[in-house]
Write a protein that binds this ligand. Structure first.
Ligand SMILES: Cc1cc2nc3c(=O)[nH]c(=O)nc-3n(C[C@H](O)[C@H](O)[C@H](O)COP(=O)(O)OP(=O)(O)OC[C@H]3O[C@@H](n4cnc5c(N)ncnc54)[C@H](O)[C@@H]3O)c2cc1C
Length: 371
């Protein structure tokens, strides 16, 4: 059996790539060292925020505009709820670079949003205690993806479309020029194209990629009965940037985490145990800005960010190997775009190009592949 495409790593992004490649009628093999989905990489912990007004860079918006209908189509095909439109509230001091970036992005792309004063936030969302200089931007299109369910839905649909996904199979090494993988038992498999979506393990397979791995802790807190309306949120503060995600209903635990600020690690040496020290910083945020959530911690999960130096993704053909495509470097914000990044990977294989400007994600921007 020869394959048109082999996808190395069937996590959040890999499952979407397998699915979109299979939709083109290609013979696709996905290889996953653990299970699909799994809780060992970067795509677990029940939920991920999705939003369009992108403080990180307005050039993400075309991808986000495409990601939404692709998630909705996946939801219809899967027959399960994947995307909840909870709205997303982003808070921070006027003049904060993220708040200003978000407003500029919304204006540039004509994205619907509301600007709220701190008093308006307190009236509408009584759980929140904004700082005195804070304002907030509410985006009704913001919401929450059920992360494991989304990955499962992509993989299930890929299988229905004819793809083969092998779980419990670790790729020991890859030969990008020959588009060949070697498994742990020495078996070699070749394909027309390799799509490498190994997340935090990318540096072990392709050490030249500019990726560092950061440990991240997800914590869940039990809401009081009368907490009131609670959207997904991001709060840009002097103590760091924090985000939170409501559960499926008013009684379900709410996830609150710090974005970045975690210890450097590698995927194979990650400390997966969560201890009290992990809670201290988040508790500080709860006491100051979400005092009614400062109750019992009911769950915790350790996860990883695969960061690039500028925190933009790595998406494109490997500069030294025309048949090998990398999709990764999610830098803590890629899941919401998994649906469209899978489609981009399929376009790169079948068309040799993408309809999106991928300059922001160029593998060559680190200067490691000067030609
Ligand atoms: C705590 C946390 C919160 C986040 N919050 C958000 C958010 O709110 N919104 C958002 O958009 N994004 C968010 N992100 C980022 C987003 O979740 C990630 O960018 C995205 O899920 C990364 O997907 P991935 O496919 O690159 O990695 P993974 O899902 O980890 O997939 C990589 C897969 O490759 C497999 N693999 C690795 N090596 C091999 C090998 N040699 N052989 C076979 N298989 C292999 C792994 O087992 C794994 O399953 C968050 C991330 C974290 C950690």
């Amino acid at each position: 059996m020869t394959w048109d495409a082999i996808v190395v790593g069937v996590g959040g992004l890999g499952a979407a790539a397998v699915d979109h490649l299979a939709a083109r009628g290609l013979r696709v093999l996905g290889l996953e060292r653990t299970t699909v989905p799994n809780a060992l990489g970067s795509s677990h912990g029940r939920t991920r925020v999705i939003r369009k007004a992108y403080f990180e860079d307005p050039r993400y918006v075309p991808l986000l505009e495409r990601a939404y209908p692709l998630w909705e189509a996946l939801e219809r095909d899967a027959g399960v709820s994947l995307l909840r439109r909870t709205g997303c509230l982003e808070l921070g001091p006027r003049g904060n670079a993220c708040i200003e970036g978000l407003l500029a992005c919304a204006k540039q792309h004509g994205l619907p949003h509301e600007v709220l004063t701190a008093d308006e936030v307190r009236a509408r969302y009584p759980a929140f205690a904004p700082g005195p200089a804070d304002l907030a931007v509410f985006e009704a299109d913001g919401g929450v993806l059920q992360v494991e369910a989304c990955t499962r839905a992509h993989a299930d649909r890929a299988r229905r479309r004819g793809a083969e996904i092998r779980e419990g199979v670790r790729v020991a090494s890859i030969d990008p020029e020959r588009a060949t993988v070697t498994l742990e038992d020495g078996t070699q498999l070749s394909a027309g194209h390799l799509i490498v979506t190994a997340g935090a393990w990318l540096p072990t397979l392709l050490p030249a990629l500019p990726i560092t791995v950061e440990r991240q802790v997800q914590l869940w807190f039990s809401p009081p009965r009368d907490l009131g309306a609670f959207p997904a949120f991001i709060h840009f503060t002097e103590a760091g940037n924090f985000y939170g995600i409501p559960g499926e209903d008013a009684a379900a635990p709410i996830k609150v985490c710090r974005h970045h600020g975690g210890r450097a690690t590698t995927a194979d040496t990650l400390d997966r145990a969560c201890d009290d020290a992990d809670e201290v910083v988040v508790r500080g945020h709860l006491r100051r800005h979400l005092p009614r959530l400062d109750g019992a911690r009911v769950d915790a999960a350790v996860c990883m960010y695969a960061n690039t130096p500028d925190e933009n993704f790595l998406v494109g053909v490997l500069p030294t190997a025309a048949r090998t495509i990398v999709v990764g470097g999610g830098s803590g914000h890629a899941y919401k775009m998994a649906s469209v990044l899978g489609e981009v990977a399929a376009d790169l294989v079948t068309e040799g190009r993408s309809r999106f400007d991928l300059g922001l994600f160029s593998l060559e921007r680190s200067g490691r592949w000067a030609r």
